[in-house]
Design a protein around this ligand. Structure first.
Ligand code: G6P
Length: 632
């Protein structure tokens, strides 16, 4: 959460920063701000509550000359959503300016100490202490005249350096307990930018004669194809002459850069009104890209190069422990059904935030699997670490190449779906489910799955993208349905077996995008509680394709109808029976039962999207949420 971008190079910094941070806005959008360092060693800047557009509007046509600068979009943790709490934050004299993603856990103690030493604070944030800690390293407040508050428009005071900038940062960081992705500038060193990381993602784009530091790759694509991913406890010192990476003991690290193959266009909306809609429509391509080159149709098997080195462990695995958050967790739950039914292996799927605290009991033969689009979700990463530290082979399904989870896992499978920008995850879900289907083939074929069954699954998987495209053509009809049901404030989503996680996912999408109460529930479980809520003002969405639990679903629909509940059903094409009982039906093509989630989720994504749009909400950036949740 929180997006940060820093720039040092040959271009005017502000346009680069604004463009970069717009691509990271999904990380947080409570407030935004920037600081630009001019050649006259004067720091100027602006802050605004709200989205980047509010900041850009405030800037208007004003010029902020300077080729070094930092910018931030905030997802508030410590301190309310106010301009004073917006980043960047500075020290007493406005010499040190920094943007931070993460949490300083011991900030209260540090702030008290700094207050005693004479520092004056301008915000309620934990971040500001870092600026003062650096200041204290460079030029202790007690040893000089009383402070004058630094302001973004103020002239920087002249600090008498007691040490180098990077040394001071290093010493300050050693006092911090917590997480950070940081980019820092110092007004009297216009040719240096320092970036540091501990548990919050940070990378340095290596452009031509320029560096662009960012929380994730989406911000650097236009300027750099080669990036350095910083590891925990690393600090990069970027100057106009080159870059160096150190650990906090100032030992230089030799780091290799990685190539990002996403084109900048992929991070644009193109002709779509919202990223979310674009990404729903990219679902079929996402499945194609995740499956491409990985199916061995003849053998009814899958080939996952990234898992080669853990094949012996997979072959002998006795249990798979899946851990993930949000939408990725729902994909994991679908995987659980697939892997148990066709892979022939016991699976337990956990919400990562629970897994990390519930002291899981590991057994010989366990294999851990993290699923994360961003590869940065703090809870998922912690769960992976827990498994790895206990000696369990730790695998991951990740989209973002080079992300922390991708690098930390023992082996993994990349999704290859390009950037997902909409905060509500859509194309990542179908990609993750299709990769779990590949894993099911791989594991199943080592066990009991016959070649005939393997071929059936593999063949059907290749047809999924076309079937998804067929459903997408119904987008306008789904919009009409969203209009019809737009007045309701509560929805129950019901499914069984493979489509139970889809019910959870459909409800999650509606909640995220529309702020409407929606609950996912096992259709068999509803009679134990949720059905009590049903009346004519509480519609239900049934995911009821013609599969092994179809008859049961029909009975559950009848039960809702008997209580005057309205029913929208997602059903298999040609199913007339369901049309007679449900109030409205969205049809999806027939496919293998285990692959139905790849189809049934699509109308639910569209429904949530249109519902949110009709309510006039910003569906790409729903309130209070962030795309990449890097705090607990
Ligand atoms: C956030 C996002 C969700 C996402 C979840 C897990 O909550 O808003 O859309 O599903 O994080 O993200 P990950 O990157 O780990 O898949």
């Amino acid at each position: 959460m929180c997006g940060i971008v820093g720039y040092i190079g040959k271009e005017e910094a502000l346009p680069v920063l604004l463009e970069g941070i717009k691509n990271l806005e999904y990380r947080g959008y409570d407030s935004a701000g920037f600081a630009i360092l001019g050649e006259d060693e004067k720091v100027s800047g602006e802050k605004a509550v709200g989205k980047i557009s509010a900041l850009a509007e405030k800037v208007g046509g004003r010029k902020f000359g300077g080729k070094t600068g930092i910018i931030h979009s905030r997802w508030a943790t410590h301190g309310g959503v106010t301009e004073a709490n917006a980043h960047p934050h500075s020290d007493c004299k406005g010499v040190i300016w920094l943007a931070h993603n993460g949490i300083v856990e011991n900030y209260k103690e540090l702030k008290d100490e700094l207050n005693k030493k004479g520092h004056s604070f301008k915000s309620e944030t934990d971040t500001e202490v870092i600026a003062h800690l650096i200041e204290e390293e460079l030029n202790p407040v007690r040893s000089r005249a009383p402070a004058q508050g630094g302001s973004p428009e103020g002239t920087a005071g002249a600090a008498t350096s007691n040490g180098t900038f990077s040394n001071a940062v290093r010493n300050a960081l050693k006092k911090i307990r917590g997480t950070y992705g940081l980019v820092i500038l110092k007004s009297d060193e216009p040719d240096t930018l320092v970036a540091a990381r501990n548990f919050s993602p940070l990378l340095v784009g290596l452009g031509e004669g320029e560096y662009i530091v960012a929380s994730d790759a989406a911000a650097v694509l236009k300027h750099a194809k080669n990036v350095l991913y910083l590891d925990d406890g690393e600090m990069a010192v970027l100057t106009r002459d080159g870059h160096r990476v150190f650990d906090l003991e100032m030992r230089e690290r030799d780091k290799e850069s990685q190539v990002i193959d996403w084109s900048p266009e992929r991070a644009q909306k193109n002709c779509y009104p919202h990223f979310m809609l674009k990404e729903i429509f990219e679902g079929p391509e996402a499945v194609e890209n995740s499956v491409r080159g990985r199916l061995v149709l003849e053998e009814g098997n899958a080939k996952l190069g990234g898992l080669e080195k853990v094949m012996p462990a997979l072959r002998n695995a006795k249990r798979i422990l899946i851990s993930a958050c949000g939408t990725a967790y729902h994909a994991g739950r679908v995987g659980e059904y697939m892997l148990e039914e066709y892979g022939g292996i016991p699976v337990e799927t956990d919400i990562a935030s629970e897994f990390r605290y519930r002291k899981p009991v590991f057994r010989e033969g366990d294999v851990f699997l993290a699923i994360s689009q961003s590869g940065e979700t703090a809870d998922t990463l912690a769960a992976l670490r827990e498994a790895k530290e206990k000696g369990v082979p730790a695998l991951a399904v990740v989209n973002v190449v080079g992300s922390t989870i991708a690098r930390y896992a023992d082996a993994g499978v990349y999704q290859h779906i390009g950037p997902e920008i909409g905060v509500a995850s859509t194309k990542a879900f179908v990609s993750q489910v299709s990769i779990l289907a590949l894993l099911t083939l791989l594991i199943g074929r080592q066990r009991e799955m016959s070649v005939v069954m393997g071929r059936r699954i593999a063949n059907e998987l290749t047809k999924i993208p076309e079937l998804m495209r067929k459903i997408l053509k119904q987008s306008d009809n789904v919009a009409t349905l969203a209009r019809k049901y737009g007045k309701y404030g509560n929805f129950l989503y019901l499914g069984r077996k493979y489509n139970l996680p889809v019910a959870y996912e459909g409800a999650l999408k509606l909640k995220e995008i529309s702020y409407v109460h929606a609950e996912g529930c096992g259709a068999g479980e509803m009679k134990h509680g949720s059905i009590a809520m049903i009346d004519e003002n509480f519609p239900s969405v049934f995911i009821a394709p013609q599969d092994s639990v179809y008859e049961k679903m029909i009975s559950n629909i009848e039960e809702i109808k008997a209580r005057r509940g309205l029913v929208i059903a997602v059903a298999t094409e040609g199913d007339k029976k369901i049309a007679d009982i449900a109030d409205d039906v969205i049809y999806i093509p027939k496919t293998l039962e285990m692959l139905t989630p790849l189809l049934s989720v699509v109308p639910l994504q569209l429904f949530a999207y249109h519902f949110g749009v009709l309510r006039g909400l910003d569906v790409d950036k729903p309130r209070n949420l962030a795309k990449s949740v890097t705090v607990e």
